[in-house]
Design a protein. Structure first.
Length: 404
């Protein structure tokens, strides 16, 4: 196949070639970055929290009235909950993972070493928290009831033992990790020493976009502040039955409170990642739309070019050109146009990603996205032009040379 006739044909229709090449470049820039964003958001949304999410739900109890005793109410509620058939365990806790609401602090290995503080989420719960959340203890021991500190919200005294996540242990003790952390003291910003008695494999922080989401600490504390959040783990398949039953039981056991936020952990995850989910759906629609428009543009240019050269194609057929050679001619012609477009698109894709990195602090795109995008759009271009090219290859010499 000679390139001379193809290049001369392209030069006779420079505007159409430029428009299609620009469209391909723009499409590649958008879809490659969009696919990267979709994949990144998908990875974020699929991260496990470390808990038994499918069997967890929670409910908040808010007391009112002069005779309401929160400490006694919490003890009574937990006793009733743990005795209900179908409930594996229950705990009182300050917040739940992936809820986008909670407390955080920082810890260091030396008192007052503010420059080396490692940030971490803080979960305050009783001694049944690990079993309730379904966490895996990989080093050390669990809390005992004697470890639990019950305190008013105004108190600045923290429990003197904690269980931390493996990620936090590896960041605080990079050489020894989980095993090295057990028995060691870590320090709060107020220089209080806290002893690490155990390490769990994973427990995500409440904030889905927090860069230190794997750093969490469980402190054995019950904070008396007028509002108690009960986290409840059920046996598989029992959650839907037990949620209204638990609400009814708590409402009947104490009239001096209101119950709110009866929700599953699955619903909480869905709500917290709703923006990311909507974004991925919108970007998916954009990708499909742009690919369709680009394919239709390629088809339109090919049909226009073929209609202008019907007599030329007929003449070539009369001189012995086969249907295969005509088909290859237009496929190669489109490959050249698409090649120009994807090369320009590669440059624009990288430039746009640099803009996203610098402006929105997004991670840099993987190197393989650009060549994959180039190959994909080249394939789309070839598939789009097959139909018009086959129609051109079937033009007969008699029809093409007939005078109008």
């Amino acid at each position: 196949m000679e390139f001379g006739p193809i290049l001369r044909a392209l030069l006779r229709n420079k505007l159409g070639v430029i428009l299609i090449a620009v469209q391909i470049a723009f499409t590649m820039t958008v879809i490659v970055n969009a696919i990267y964003i979709i994949n990144q958001r998908g990875e974020l949304m699929s991260r496990p929290s470390g808990t038994d999410e499918s069997n967890l739900f929670y409910i908040r109890s808010i007391g009112f009235g002069e005779n309401f005793n929160e400490e006694l109410t919490v003890a009574d509620d937990l006793g009733r909950l743990r005795q209900m058939p179908g409930i594996v365990d229950a705990t009182v806790i300050n917040t739940v993972p992936v809820s986008n609401s909670g407390s955080s602090s920082g810890f260091s290995l030396e008192p007052g070493a503010l420059e080396s503080i490692v940030p971490s989420a803080i979960y305050r719960a009783d001694h049944r928290s690990l079993n309730t959340m379904g966490l895996e203890l990989i080093a050390g021991v669990d809390f005992t009831e004697a470890d639990v500190l019950t305190r008013p919200q105004s108190s600045n005294t923290d429990a003197d033992t904690v269980i931390i996540t493996q990620a936090l242990a590896e960041e605080l003790f990079p050489e020894g990790g989980a095993q090295a952390a057990v028995g060691q003291s870590i320090y709060t910003p107020s220089q209080q020493a806290i002893r690490v008695i155990g390490v769990v494999r994973q427990l995500q922080a409440p904030w889905t976009l927090w860069p230190d989401i794997e750093n969490s600490v469980i402190s054995p504390e019950i904070v008396i502040d007028g509002s108690s959040l009960y986290l409840i783990r059920t046996e598989p398949g029992e959650q839907d039955r037990l949620m209204p039953a638990v609400e009814e039981m708590l409402a009947a056991s104490n009239q001096q409170r209101i119950l709110r936020q009866l929700r599953t952990m699955s619903d909480t995850r869905e709500e917290s990642y709703r923006i990311d989910s909507v974004m991925t759906r919108i970007l998916s629609v954009v990708i499909v739309t742009l690919v369709f428009i680009t394919a239709m543009g390629i088809v339109g240019l090919a049909v226009f070019s073929i209609n202008r050269r019907r007599k030329q194609i007929g003449t070539r057929r009369a001189l012995g050109a086969t249907q295969g050679s005509i088909l290859r001619h237009f496929l190669l012609e489109n490959a050249i146009i698409s090649g120009i477009g994807v090369i320009a698109g590669a440059v624009l894709t990288i430039a746009f990603n640099i803009f996203l990195v610098q402006t929105f602090n997004m991670p840099r795109i993987g190197w393989y996205y650009v060549p994959a995008g180039m190959l994909a759009l080249l394939l789309v271009g070839q598939l789009a032009v097959i139909g018009p090219s086959r129609a051109a290859s079937r033009i007969t010499p008699a029809l093409a040379t007939r005078s109008v």
